[in-house]
Design a protein around this ligand. Structure first.
Ligand SMILES: [Ca+2]
Length: 398
């Protein structure tokens, strides 16, 4: 059997847990990171852009350090600086003013002259760059990638507010529905929010965008029949129901690494490689904040957990088959979900239609949204995969 990597677009607002998710993706052989598309979120878009460029530089330096042949450079596209309809919010309370735990002054300076590399028309820098600057904005880059790949082959991993994804859907719903699936870190389904009583950060930061994305699941069926229907609709140039996999707070609280893991496996690596030096710079902050503000000695790495769910799901092409391993380790349900966009207290809340009689009244899948929501996971597998992939940790006695 030919080994095919999963083409993945990561829509992101780095962000320290975004950084771990992205590095995890780059180091995972089954994943081919085609593009990073950037959104406002944890910090403003300028800081997000600086962080993404610095992160990609560390990944590139790591490749050089390992003597790996240079592969195609990932595309970087800058997206929206604010939500669709509400005022901007950020999460500097957790990620620091720069979004990376205030690393730039001493711990890890940004690459020299990094802003010049964002100019997609500057051919003088072609030989020395470490990413391909997109001439398009993030939403158009997503559409461009989906339009130039076979239908239902490219996965989007969305680990920030969903503004870019919603804009892509608004601009061209048919092309947007060519995505194989969209794996999203966001929402609080059966538990309280983390930013407000009902709002998880990514959904609260752009509830209108989150709602637009949830609405694309109307009519989705995770079956052979559903998959063939999606393909047939796309062939007729019609919008197909989207497969949205939601990794909400309740499904990802298990996705932690501990301070002991950090001390045992990560700190000793110091600056032994370009990537470990970079990671050690920003991770120091996360454990400091977890201890100082939340009295926690472990850190829920939500975005990396969503990336792990994506990896665990790769064998399923969207028809629900080859899912046996996934089903052993993960619990999920298909929910008729919308997102609150008007509430005074409930902005960004996941609103589930729990009226079971409605399902019997008319064929449910014809009128309801069907978001595949991860409700329980496997934090142990995640922790081992993350530590082994990024830090070469060996688990002799665990
Ligand atoms: Ca994020």
């Amino acid at each position: 059997m030919v080994f095919i990597k999963e083409p993945v677009i990561i829509d992101t607002d780095p962000g320290i847990d975004d950084a771990l998710a992205i590095i995890f993706a780059f180091l995972t052989p089954e994943i081919d990171v085609k593009a990073l598309t950037l959104t406002h979120g944890n910090v403003g878009l300028d800081a997000v852009t600086k962080n993404a460029v610095t992160l990609l530089h560390a990944v590139h330096e790591q490749r050089k350090h390992l003597g790996e042949p240079s592969s195609t450079l990932p595309v970087l596209a800058i997206g929206q600086s604010k939500p669709l309809s509400i005022d901007l919010v950020d999460a500097t309370y957790f990620h620091g003013k720069d979004g990376f735990g205030e690393i730039y002054d001493e711990l890890h300076p940004a690459p020299d002259n990094w802003e010049a590399f964002l100019d997609s028309e500057n051919s003088d820098l072609k030989e020395t760059t470490w990413f391909t600057a997109s001439p398009r904005d993030a939403a158009d880059e997503i559409l461009h990638q989906l339009a130039h790949a076979p239908p239902l082959t490219v996965t989007i991993c969305a680990i920030g507010p969903l503004t870019n994804i919603a804009l892509a859907i608004q601009r061209d719903p048919v092309t947007a529905s060519r995505a194989k699936r969209i794996v999203i870190m966001g929402g609080a389904v059966h538990v309280p929010g983390n930013t407000t009583p009902y709002g998880e950060f990514n959904f609260r930061a752009d509830p209108h965008a989150a709602d637009i994305v949830m609405q694309t699941t109307q009519g989705f069926q995770h079956s052979t029949q559903g998959y063939e229907r999606r393909l047939a609709l796309l062939k007729e140039n019609k919008q197909a129901p989207q497969h949205v996999v939601l990794v909400p707070l309740d499904g990802s609280n298990d996705g932690t690494i501990s301070k002991a893991d950090y001390d045992n496996y990560i700190v000793p690596l110091g600056k032994s490689t370009p990537l470990h030096g970079f990671i050690n710079a920003f991770m120091r902050w996360s454990f400091h904040i977890c201890a100082a503000h939340y009295n926690l000695d472990n850190w829920a790495v939500f975005d990396a957990y969503a990336m792990f769910v994506l990896l665990e799901m790769i064998k399923d092409k969207g028809d629900g088959k080859n899912n046996e391993d996934f089903d052993k380790h993960w619990k999920y349900e298909y929910l008729d979900m919308a997102v609150e966009t008007e509430g005074r207290y409930t902005l960004g809340q996941c609103c589930i239609d729990r009226r079971s009689w409605r399902k019997n009244q008319v064929p449910w899948h014809q009128q309801a949204n069907a978001v595949q929501v991860i409700t329980d996971g496997d934090g142990k597998r995640f922790r081992k995969a993350l530590l082994a992939t990024i830090f070469n940790a060996k688990f002799v006695n665990e």
